[in-house]
Design a protein. Structure first.
Length: 382
């Protein structure tokens, strides 16, 4: 079974399970009602005949929690947060989708043309949209998918096959720690939530039992250093900093040496996000990387690009600029809870072939979630 067929079967089974579960629940309720009525009448007659005092009915045992298709992947609380965070994107997408299929009974050329427009207007991106449409068109032609009810399932399966996610979560036994500490250099323009992401990552790793050190190498703005200090104090992790205007590579050098001496597990290095002078940006990031590699082999081990999901197509431009300036190895896409442009996650992941590692779906510390493409699609289409 190919990758598409696996995803198609998965999403179709989930849809059928929902329908089957509902029918079963209704049948069980009817049967239970009839049994309860008969039981009460029989009990009343027995009590009257035997003239005994009725015993109080025992409290019913709680029904076991029904496990959904994805419960083994995400906790219930995280799934609810993800659903809430993607609510605007979900509502906007389905509002457009419902309009295009109104009055239609099957998947035809006009439906596909309208679907193309919906995907592009949802910030999925032109290149990725055309790829999705071509694949759905081929599936409809080859395998005779013509039922309009299966359009959502086809969309889910095709999008899942395009999304790239980082399958390796850091843990103490992972190969990621063969060059301990594991160094993550965080890049992105000002205002995308870079500093907040670093703070939330520090909190997440600390809760995993890892020791974390933050390096304030964005010395271009005094506010950047102050904000990072606030986050370091909030999550109670050490921070290495210098004065505004200091050499960023010098800050990175000091941070890695400090982390080595303290036998730290994780180092998070903040960097400046100036795009108005791309030559300086490229030179600065290259210098920081060279200096870090001298302190710890192959550092940084991960170059994480933070993008603001609410900016839609601007996020594509930023991704292009930074991937040209340095070798980006992972993505964190923030502020998805306040926008209807969640489709940007799909397009950026596909177009740049970079795994999405984290998505921001709220303000709380725990609302920076590990990206799981099946859960993302399930919430996007729920």
């Amino acid at each position: 079974m190919g990758l598409f067929n696996k995803f198609f079967s998965l999403f179709k089974r989930k849809k059928e399970d929902k329908s089957s579960t509902k029918d079963t629940e209704n049948l069980e309720k009817d049967n239970l009602k009839e049994e309860t009525t008969l039981s009460k009448e029989l009990k009343k007659d027995t009590e009257q005949n035997l003239k005994i005092k009725p015993e109080p009915e025992p409290e019913p045992e709680p029904e076991p929690e029904r496990k959904g298709l994805f419960n083994n992947i995400f906790s219930k609380k995280k799934k609810e947060t993800l659903n809430k965070g993607l609510k605007k994107s979900n509502k906007s997408f389905f509002s457009k989708l419902n309009k295009l299929i109104s009055g239609k009974s099957k998947i035809d050329a006009s439906v596909l043309d309208n679907l193309e427009e919906v995907l592009i207007s949802s910030d999925v991106g032109v290149a990725t949209t055309l790829k999705i449409i071509d694949k759905i068109e081929a599936r409809v032609s080859e395998e005779k998918y013509s039922n309009l009810n299966e359009l959502n399932i086809l969309l889910k399966a095709e999008i899942a096959s395009l999304l790239i996610q980082d399958e390796n979560e850091l843990n103490l036994a992972d190969d990621s720690f063969k060059n301990k500490p594991h160094v993550i250099m965080v890049v992105g323009v000002n205002g995308v939530g870079k500093t907040t992401t670093i703070g939330k990552l520090a909190n997440k790793y600390k809760k995993l039992g890892l020791s974390v050190v933050i390096g304030a190498a964005d010395t271009f703005r005094a506010a950047a250093i102050d904000q990072l200090v606030t986050w370091a104090n909030r999550v109670d992790v050490p921070i290495v900093k210098q004065n505004m205007g200091s050499d960023p590579a010098s800050v990175a050098f000091d941070t890695l040496n400090y982390a080595k001496n303290k036998n730290a597990d994780i180092v998070l290095i903040d960097t400046a996000g100036r795009l108005h002078n791309k030559v300086n940006l490229m030179n600065e990031l290259s210098k920081i990387k060279r200096v870090m590699d001298k302190v710890i082999d192959n550092a940084p081990h991960d170059v994480m690009l933070v993008l603001d999901g609410s900016t839609g197509q601007n996020a594509f431009i930023q991704a292009k600029e930074f991937t040209n300036a340095t070798e980006v190895t992972s993505l964190a896409i923030t502020k998805l809870d306040g926008t209807a442009k969640g489709g940007v996650v799909i397009g950026i992941s596909d177009e740049f072939k970079i795994p999405v590692k984290y998505i921001g779906v709220g303000e709380a510390l725990e609302d920076l979630q590990e990206f799981n493409k099946l859960e993302f699609i399930d919430s996007f289409f729920d």
